[in-house]
Design a protein around this ligand. Sequence first.
Ligand code: S3P
Length: 168
Amino acid sequence: MDKPDKIVLIGFMGTGKSTVAKVLEERLGLPAIDLDGAVTAREGRSIADIFAARGEAYFRQVESEVLASAMTHNSPAVIATGGGAVLAEANRSVMLQYGFVAALKADAEHIIARVRHDRGRPLLEGDVEQRVRSLLESRRSAYDFAHLIIDTTALTPEQVADRIQEAW
Ligand code: S3P
């Protein structure tokens, strides 16, 4: 069977999906599609504003639609998903059906350091450290369905991209 023409990056917030997608875009000459960006463009407002105005369930619905549309689009791409896109079974199956799915993992300390100063993640409002730890716990095996799982802790984005290219 031919290899899938899409690479899908999944993983918790702050694991470097968008950065690695840009490295792959540059190297492979494929467009990098950022799903959070596609949701924001479609709705005309930020993720935080969508959560505030319409709630998480609405955001998840738009996220699923944008994912399905990106996955079934008839051209190669690197797709960086939002950390919660894996929660819906339908999303997991569309990713596996049309893409090579790579999961980026990192330990809590690295994630906390990366997301601490980024605003705009509504699920991390309040005590960031406590929110990251409890969400990580509740999503413990949520990313394990991937074709490839990479512990990014000691790797640069370029090295993560190398691993993905080798396995694709
Ligand atoms: C979310 C992750 C975010 C964004 C939204 C919800 C999550 O994307 O989709 O804030 O549920 O993990 P990143 O993983 O790109 O931060």
